[in-house]
Design a protein around this ligand. Sequence first.
Ligand code: PEP
Ligand code: MG
Length: 903
Amino acid sequence: MPHTQDQRKFVYDFTEGNKDLKDLLGGKGANLAEMTNLGLPVPPGFTITTDACKVYLDSGDEPAALRDEVSEHLAALEERMGKKLGQPDDPLLVSVRSGAKFSMPGMMDTVLNIGLSDSSVAGLATQAGDERFAWDSYRRLIQMFGKTVLGVDGELFEEALDEAKRTKGVKTDVELDAGDLSTLVDEFKGIVAKETGRDFPQDPRTQMDLAVRAVFDSWNGERAKLYRRQERIPHDLGTAVNVCSMVFGNLGPDSGTGVAFTRDPASGHQGVYGDYLQNAQGEDVVAGIRNTVPLAELERIDKASYDQLMKIMETLETHYKDLCDIEFTIERGKLWMLQTRVGKRTAGAAFRIATQLVDQGLIDEAEALRRVNGAQLAQLMFPRFDDKAPGDGKVRPVGRGIAASPGAAVGKAVFDSYTAVKWSRSGEKVILVRRETNPDDLNGMIAAEGILTSRGGKTSHAAVVARGMGKTCVCGAEDLEVDTKRRRMTLHDGTVVEEGDLLSIDGSTGKVYLGEVPVVPSPVVEYFEGRMHAGAAEADELVGAVHRIMSYADRVRRLRVRANADNAEDAARARRFGAQGIGLCRTEHMFLGDRRELVERLILADTGDEREAALGALLPLQKGDFVELFEAMDGLPVTIRLLDPPLHEFLPDITDLSVRVALAEARHEAHENDLRLLQAVHRLHEQNPMLGLRGVRLGLVIPGLFAMQVRAIAEAAAQRKNAKADPRAEIMIPLVGTVQELEIVREEAERIIAEVEQAQGVELKLTLGTMIELPRAALTAGQIAECADFFSFGTNDLTQTVWGFSRDDVEASFFTAYLEKGIFGVSPFETIDRGGVGKLVRLATEAGRATRPDLKLGVCGEHGGDPDSVHFFHEVGLDYVSCSPFRIPVARLEAGRATVTGG
Ligand code: PEP
Ligand code: MG
């Protein structure tokens, strides 16, 4: 490959970036730059771009220009700070922190105190006037560097630290003095040398370069990969690296560190929310190791810093026009901003904050709609605990923690991640109970219904990660004494909760119960059901906010939303939820239960008369189904799909029946009907039924089947018409691959409809269209449109056939491996594969409309209710999406968002 000089700029000073450069500088870097340019007190530093990381991850080497660029920016930083990195008499120290485009709390590496060495530790002691602090900082550097950069087992350092405390007969780190810590530094250096075969690097620049490389590498650490898969963050973004001059929150009682929110991330209300930890470094708060005090107490501890912080928070909220979260440090009475970002929030708070900001005049309604999403709405539709339910005596409140992530979770207590995963695999619902969580608990958190911790605040690892996952979490429930070793916890009154005991936790109130609390429906669902009005006294602010945003989404959206519903009950619910018709009624569901036997008779029919008799028995039943459906959807379109699945699905299982017949034959008792049935089962047995005799092929091969269904639809519509109602039936043919199939079915259908119209004396105005769910149908859509009034994309089958995936087989067998290998970030059955399946949808849309400009176009595969896919269907220009009734509000919201986000 010819060598070309990479012209890109790989390092940006904090003064050079801004908040819109997240792709390049990562979220943290972009926002540090933004704050710097707002004139806020940010410790100076620079950011190494995600481009540099990508080059490194692709080639295994940093880009050639990086070293010189870093030298330049480091020199500028040193000049500004008036001291050099690691300068023996007054060392400049820096932190090296990861910072990707999307926040990945605790998933990647950070190294603090870079620049300390045997020769500069004394300089730091002199400058800080605190020898103990200097040695403690040095031992923290070797520990962090050893673990994250050099890959030394962190336990070895922890053990050495514990040993030092034991020898001295003390309990906490704080009781170790400068001498003890200096001895510990020697031990730590010994550990590094022994484990890695080389000495802890004394050269500050080497420390920095190795730390930067370790941050790059941590992008592909197992924890980070798992988190990205969960959060659907693409694997190819890479991380930026922030090199920032150190400020210290652990220089005494006039120092400290904290986290703050400009609003409550759980309720959205304005106020003073956050945690503060005196005489501590930032990592101590985020890790939730020591208990913090509420931010409001800072006013008493250090009024000047508190006042300044409040002002900064206001500046940030008006500047970002959104809830911001902040990490700050106070070093000897001087406030420093270490980070800000538009803060994560609960789903409820997202809706509330968006409408509050509209009311404050900070954003308009379109922006409010952009600020919420379908996944959040779906979360709000979960049921909650019923605190008014009469207890059965067995349930009792046992503690209260911080409401860290909402929802109601019930499950058996487990005290470690391994058991959480094991039990949940065997179908148990579990609550993961920990003193505090750390990134190693991720698998357990995923497996659990909810997470309960006894330590840590709203910004602890457990809280942040659970909120991101949309999982119920109560943290910092201090009354509960968790003993993970003995797998149990002790309550305030001495009661012991063992592994396997039932717990209920309420992530909206922070309450913890022993036993199983009954759950009630969500108020948002009550609102959608029409049982609660947004303006009613009992409706809370959340329902009002959802109502306002949904109404706006409905006003602006172009896509209509229909439901996939097969019976009147689902149809009625769908209508309450805002469905504008039925996009898919799968008639096969009408052939089950008692009626299965009639299908059996149809299949076994030897003569025309027998077949007619079976069809004749089915006709009135089908007609009755359709009448009910038209009633529920009066005035709205109802797309009825003729029978799709292979007939053998209505027959007994081949193995079961073979055994039964064989046993009966052995006893000379075989029934003639069973023998005929077995023959039929053999005849209809297919190696690959998905690609076999199904869909339109059935209609063409089984005489009278589609005709009966068309007649039932026409007669039902006529009956409703004659009752002065407004039925709007659309007949849909599945699995068409070529226009000729459709022509034959259409001819017959038109004849039957005309017969019914004449007999009943009504004009039915039925339309007839087809599903586009085979690649060939999409590729010949221009021709097919000559014979179809509408297309409905069956993206379930289209995905199966475009990829050559049999969904039932592949999802269970190798999809996990594919997701793990990053072949796709999300299953193509969940979110439309834009590049493949989506391309065919686009092509067929264009070709269909070219033939027939008034062709109606919709989608009825599961993708119709998936947020990202809804945006795609909007872009392509479909007329409607159709999804399951419960997803309808999500589809309405996302259709609105697609309009205001332009895609
Ligand atoms: C489809 O294939 O997308 C579809 C809606 O049909 P079914 O899922 O019933 O095969
Ligand atoms: Mg299909």
